[in-house]
Design a protein around this ligand. Structure first.
Ligand SMILES: [Zn+2]
Length: 275
């Protein structure tokens, strides 16, 4: 059973799924034989060297009744939506290239899902594990996701320059308030277009800048796993989040993460390591 519940106290949504992995897990395990390389199940779509398939234990499903019910002041509804895997075909998925084609396929898939008027919020995440198959998980949910407009902040950062790693077609910079050390954001350098109004060349530029920023962060953190998170907005962005530690008691008490790496110091460190 799948359900999307909204907490009447905090306003946060949660997805419940009694078929889900006991521990939080990104999806099928990667060790040989690689699940993605060996995949021969149903296919949702194919793009340039990229395949889109249903998640084997989807957090959301396309069938069901979208109407919410209220119990004890809390909202519960069937988890209507989509949860898909988008991955590079075959051994190319392990080659560390083709990120542009992959991100373009994610964008195309989200554009297609948008046609279903029940679906209101869209996001995607990629767990970046050394040697692992390159795969994005795409989510579409029946509720609006908070939108942000980082364009003004990006322009101020570009003028200031302290946290910038790269600034060409795409701007890569250290997050202002990083949730984890070395959190970085990659955005189009100009304009405030959301993902739906971004052309393939700019998507490729952002993908290239993500690749370069990821390479620097991985060297700095000795190949720690990373999450890449696609966040729509004005403009859209890809967030790079190293997975370093669990939530602390401080975070449980205040809702705010705590760590010791200032983004200005992280930017200096990463720039020094540029080859
Ligand atoms: Zn593989």
């Amino acid at each position: 059973m799948r359900e999307l519940r909204t907490c009447p106290v905090t306003g946060r949504g949660v997805l419940l799924n009694d078929g889900w992995f006991d521990a939080p897990a990104p999806g099928p395990a990667d060790p040989a034989p690689c699940w993605h390389c060996a995949y021969d199940g149903p296919v949702i779509a194919r793009y340039d060297g990229v395949t889109v398939v249903p998640h084997p234990v989807p957090a959301l499903g396309i069938e069901g009744d979208p109407r919410p019910t209220v119990v004890s002041g809390g909202v519960r509804r069937q988890a209507i939506g989509a949860h898909e895997l988008v991955f590079l075909d075959g051994a190319r998925g392990h080659a560390g290239e083709g990120e542009g084609a992959l991100l373009a396929a994610v964008a195309a898939r989200i554009a297609d899902l948008r046609k279903d008027t029940r679906l209101r919020g869209f996001g995607a995440v990629r767990r970046y594990t050394p040697g692992g198959h390159a795969v994005w998980q795409v989510f579409a949910v029946p509720v609006e996701l908070p939108t942000t407009a980082p364009g003004g902040w990006r322009d101020a950062e570009r003028a200031h320059g302290e946290r910038i790693l790269e600034d060409a077609g795409a701007t890569a910079l250290l997050a202002w308030a990083p949730r984890v050390p070395f959190e970085a954001w990659v955005l189009p350098t100009l304009g405030i277009a959301p993902l739906a109004r971004t052309g393939p060349e700019l998507i490729a530029a952002v993908a290239g800048a993500v690749d370069r920023a990821v390479a620097r962060i991985r060297v700095a953190l000795r190949d720690a796993p990373l999450d890449l998170v696609l966040v729509d907005g004005e403009p859209w962005r890809v967030e790079i989040l190293p997975r370093l530690a669990g939530a602390s008691p401080v975070e449980a008490a205040t809702g705010m993460p705590i760590h010791g790496v200032f983004p200005e110091a992280a930017a200096e460190f990463l720039r020094d390591r540029r080859a």
